[in-house]
Design a protein around this ligand. Structure first.
Ligand SMILES: Nc1nc2c(ncn2[C@@H]2O[C@H](COP(=O)(O)OP(=O)(O)OP(=O)(O)O)[C@@H](O)[C@H]2O)c(=O)[nH]1
Ligand SMILES: [Mg+2]
Length: 335
């Protein structure tokens, strides 16, 4: 920036770097999406195209610009992005992080709109709001994510029952709302069952939401890596730098966190864990080389020995011919 006598105004800008050693959560939520989904004819209660454009593409876009985002969780019109506690990305500046995440999310959402909704013109630009919250420990961070997933479960069970009563039993919206008022989960499950729906059979993407983690965490044959066919090298450079694994699994109970122990580690620890892994791989390779070396040495000794045996008995060629004869004899005759 060129120097001028007006430069002093810069000093009025406040520092808004957030506290160190806390997980940073950026939550993005569709603004007035009730209306947006109605106007654009989203399938009720869940529209897979809408979930994909939000989840796989827009959230993916944010993960590209936040390399320290360890996990993202999304459901309905919202997404939460978790940054490792010791990230220094953009100087941990609150406004920079929130505005970047929200603008990228919104831009990518519109960028891919025509692909996911080829027959629905975008009637007006959607908007998303964003907030940044700090969580000081693994436990509280996990409770935050559990809170969002429980919300997904409660809303999805309600919405599925609400819309099934309308679609299958011909109730009006207010009749359906009245029917469901003060009902517990068990009763909603029963209503669904009477309408021929087993809630357990509903898709996991609806019941559990979407969990996005770096593809380097992938276990064999697990989950879906979002391999989008980019239309240009610029698109792939900006939106596919980092491969992301998409899962629809429970993140409330322990097994998920035991399966991916690196997700909540600080960056420093991740680097150490990677170093240890490289060392282990290196040792494994060295052991393999050692094994091959010993094996070939042993083979040389065996061949030498073999010669000695051949010299001793002198009849090995004949023995080999007999072996060959036995192999080609039909089974019946052989016995
Ligand atoms: N039909 C349909 N609607 C959806 C879908 N996903 C989100 N929505 C709508 O988006 C709304 C999201 O809820 P909220 O975020 O609480 O409501 P909002 O209208 O966005 O209001 P604010 O966030 O306060 O601006 C839901 O109530 C639905 O109406 C979908 O897949 N299908
Ligand atoms: Mg909303």
């Amino acid at each position: 920036m060129a120097k001028s006598r007006f430069e002093y105004v810069r000093d009025f800008e406040e520092s808004d770097a957030v506290m160190k050693q806390c997980f940073i959560v950026l939550r993005i939520d569709g603004s007035n999406f009730h209306r947006f989904s109605d106007k654009h004819g989203f399938v009720k209660p869940n529209d897979e195209r809408a979930l994909r454009i939000r989840g796989y593409e827009a959230a993916h876009g944010v993960m590209q610009i936040m390399p320290d985002c360890t996990i993202a969780y999304g459901q309905s019109d919202e997404y939460s992005f978790v940054l490792r506690p010791d990230t220094t990305v953009h100087g941990r500046r609150r406004q920079k992080l929130v505005s970047l995440a929200v603008s990228k999310f919104t831009a990518v959402y519109q960028f891919y709109w025509a692909h996911f909704f080829p027959e629905t013109a975008l009637l007006y630009p959607p908007a998303f709001d964003g907030r940044l919250v700090l969580y000081p420990s693994d436990k509280i961070l996990r409770d935050y994510l559990a809170w969002r997933q429980v919300d997904c479960h409660i809303n999805n069970l309600y919405n599925t029952t609400f819309h099934s009563l309308i679609q299958k039993q011909g109730l009006t919206a207010s009749e359906s709302e009245k029917r469901l008022s003060k009902t517990l989960s068990k009763e909603k499950n029963e209503i669904l069952f009477q309408l021929g729906i087993n809630y357990n059979d509903e898709k996991d993407i609806f019941k559990k939401g979407s969990v996005l983690i770096g593809a380097e965490n992938r276990k064999e044959n697990e989950g879906e890596i979002d391999l989008w066919e980019a239309q240009s090298s610029e698109e792939s450079k900006h939106l596919q730098k980092r491969q992301v694994l998409v899962l629809h699994v429970d993140i409330i109970k322990d097994p998920f966190w035991q399966r991916y122990p690196n997700l909540l580690l600080p960056l420093e620890e991740v680097k150490k864990a990677r170093k240890r892994q490289v060392q282990t791989d290196c040792n494994k390779k060295n052991n393999e080389y050692l094994f091959i070396l010993v094996f070939y040495h042993a083979l040389v000794f065996v061949i030498l020995d073999f010669n000695i045996i051949r010299n001793l008995y002198g009849n090995l060629k004949h023995k080999n011919e007999r072996t060959l004869c036995i192999t080609v004899l039909p089974r019946g005759k052989h016995t």
